[in-house]
Design a protein around this ligand. Sequence first.
Ligand code: CUA
Length: 318
Amino acid sequence: MGWGWGTAVVNALTSMSPASQGTEEIFHLWMISIAIFGLIFLLVTGFVVYSLMKYRWREGEAEPEQVAGQLTVEIVWTVIPMAIVVLLFVLTVRTMAVADPGPAPAPDLIVTGHQWWWEVRYPKSGLVTANEIHIPTGVPFSVELDSADVLHEFWVAQLARKMTTVPGHPNHIWLEADTPGSYPGSCSEFCGTEHAWMRFTVIAQPPAEFAAWERAQLQPSVLPTEAGAVAGEQLFMQMSCVSCHAIGGTPAHARVGPDLTHLAGRIQIGSGVLDNSPDNLRNWLRNPQAVKPGVEMPNFQFTDQQVTVLADYLETLK
Ligand code: CUA
């Protein structure tokens, strides 16, 4: 679908508009490095072109004087690159100190990469959600990064450096946004068929708004009353949906797939593969494999009637 290139371009562009102190430092280091490398490139190609022109063979001209060894030149071309490497080293260490300090004693957020979605836990409140990470603006969040299966890589270009998630070996980054907004994130390490559809969004909100969001998310789901949704809820609990998904306030507790307690409030489904609309939700339930080939959720061959009531129920999970 050409989305690989789309993601690459979006990442490249968004990484040029840093929205946290850490990414601003990384951006500056990048600009300084590009300037130095650009200058070296121009100097070297300039010298090569100049030498080609000046010393090219001409009819009747004698060979130029042959020189073997030149101490001054050798010292210059050793000292200057050394100085550049030392400069870049010092600047990099400085940037790392700002962009990548050590973790807090306890994480504010635990993000676990799964094939192919992100589990998001707030250990301090006990909240569990998926693929949408809310953070308060101006508050640095210490994030523990885990993987449930293979190597993934967590990257929100505008907010933080990228970091690999390694099964059995927690990694760490700091996540912070200076201004409210939505920041696109993606998995940036190939992790199987649906690597391209392992996206997420970081939503930065003013602290009071974030606190209200967290309180609302901690509420269990409200049992449906409308007939279709009631039938959908019963179907959900009878089918193997409950073997993988959790819905707060119901007997569904499994943690294999995304938590669905407040599914209807999310912007997208399938880790970014579709916008979260009733039509798209029905398409997904009808055959997830057609929407996101290779996804862990099988095609349950639901009838149209079953798809309708399941979607009606899931739409109540605000
Ligand atoms: Cu997960 Cu690529």
